[in-house]
Write a protein that binds this ligand. Structure first.
Ligand code: COA
Length: 389
């Protein structure tokens, strides 16, 4: 039979560019409803959880399927995660070398988690029991904040600070990073953000984690791929760039010209637009309120005021230049403002975001591997029909 390069396979199905609206799996973990401006974890509103629940309880919900039923269950989960926070002493040498290498913080986190996972003796998800997979997921999410803080301290010539299991994970993260036990209002503000960042539908990094999990690979590989996807400026790499933008704009009256210039040259305004939301991102509204409260309490600078006034101009100019697109503020602008107020260095914004999203990735990877079907789509070849050998 003659083989032609052009493929005329009647089984191929074309899907929309970007896989928009394509359902590739079933999940019981959560969902995003773009038209309504709503997202949830296992049926519980993400915004309500972020505003009212403790970070660890939302973690319990996503990882184990339900909110703790009472104080004892809540304490048991907290103890389980607290005991998973420490970095093995034997890895300090390699990790401190990674911290002072040329790798950026996201690549350091990826490498560090792979090292820890392998030192823990973790295996391919394919070979593990459901309990072992759940332990893997809790371990990686629990140790990530310790690792981010330790890598940062090594990279700045300081000794890492051991985790303190008596503290809640958010307070402990800020303490390990800065060396100071934070004001409770700052820890609460960061906890609100991190709770809202645990999961968010089939975003690019979660989908990446699930693709890797579908091969049966180990969880650190799933998370490593997801971290790579998250690092991109169109996804989780945006928050630091939103502060760069505010720095660049400098004063509200310069915003109009700055945005026009950027968009007219084909650029994107970081912190605006969303692949799913067609209304305001509910996380943006939530975090704007958090930032404004910190400002009113004297815990944030006039950065908050600048963000609020610049936001209005950006929205007006985007409406004019991209009519009909419904580009609204996404989570990243106020996430950045809140993280800055909490004393988190700009280069750690995306790793900090990742430390919460790791909970979602872990749950998704465990769910996907149970399905047992490898994710393996097709492409349509559009290259040269033939070329000389
Ligand atoms: C999030 C994002 C990747 C979603 O992308 P998407 O789903 O492909 O975007 P849309 O389909 O809504 O974009 C349609 C149009 O709006 C434009 N657009 C989208 N976001 C924009 C932004 N932030 N600034 C300027 N233009 C934007 C696109 O360029 C496109 O214009 P065109 O059709 O004239 O080429 C995109 O909005 C973006 O790049 N935002 C900035 C980065 C960011 O903040 N990411 C964090 C997301 S939580």
């Amino acid at each position: 039979m003659a083989i032609t390069i052009d493929r005329n396979d009647t089984q191929l199905i074309d899907v929309p560019r970007g896989l928009t609206n394509v359902v590739v799996a079933e999940t019981a973990i959560g969902d995003v409803r773009g038209e309504e401006g709503f997202f949830h974890y296992r049926g519980v509103s993400g915004v309500e959880l972020a505003a009212e629940a403790r970070f660890e309880d939302a973690w319990n919900l996503v990882a184990l399927g339900g909110l703790p039923r009472d104080g004892a269950e809540s304490a048991a989960f907290r103890a389980r995660t607290a005991s998973a926070r420490a970095i093995p002493e034997s890895l300090h040498g390699s990790l401190s070398s990674i911290a002072t290498s040329a790798l950026d913080p996201m690549a350091q986190l990826r490498t560090g988690l792979a090292l820890i996972s392998s030192a823990d003796g973790r295996r391919a998800l394919y070979d593990e029991t459901e309990t072992e997979r759940s332990d893997d997921a809790i371990r990686l999410a629990a140790v990530a904040p310790t690792l981010i803080a330790a890598l940062h301290r090594w990279s700045t010539g300081q000794d890492p600070i051991e985790p303190d299991g008596d503290l809640d994970p958010v307070t402990d993260y800020l303490r390990m990073l800065t060396g100071v036990t934070p004001d409770i209002r700052l820890a609460t503000a960061l906890g609100t953000y991190l709770t809202a960042a645990i999961d968010h539908g089939f975003n690019a990094s979660t989908f990446t984690a699930r693709v890797i999990a579908s091969t049966g690979a180990d969880l650190a590989s799933c998370v490593g791929g997801a971290l790579g996807a998250l690092s991109g400026p169109l996804h989780g790499g945006a928050p630091a760039r939103t502060l760069d933008m505010l720095d660049d704009i400098g004063a509200p009256e310069r915003a109009d010209a700055w945005v026009r210039e950027r968009v007219q040259h084909g650029g994107r305004i970081m912190g605006f637009g969303h692949a799913v939301y067609r209304t305001e991102d509910p996380r943006s509204r939530l975090l704007r309120g958090v930032a404004q409260r910190l400002r009113a309490d004297g815990l944030a600078t006039d950065r908050v005021d600048l963000a609020v006034t610049v936001e209005q101009t950006v929205l007006r100019v985007l409406d004019e230049l991209k009519p009909g697109r419904a580009l609204r503020t996404n989570v990243e602008l106020y996430a950045a403002v809140v993280m800055e107020a909490c004393g988190i260095p700009r280069e750690l914004f995306t790793p900090t975001f990742a430390s919460a999203r790791l909970i979602g990735w872990g749950a998704h990877a465990c769910e996907q591997v149970q399905d047992g079907k490898i994710l393996r789509p097709s492409s349509r070849y559009v290259g040269a029909a033939s070329r000389p050998r």
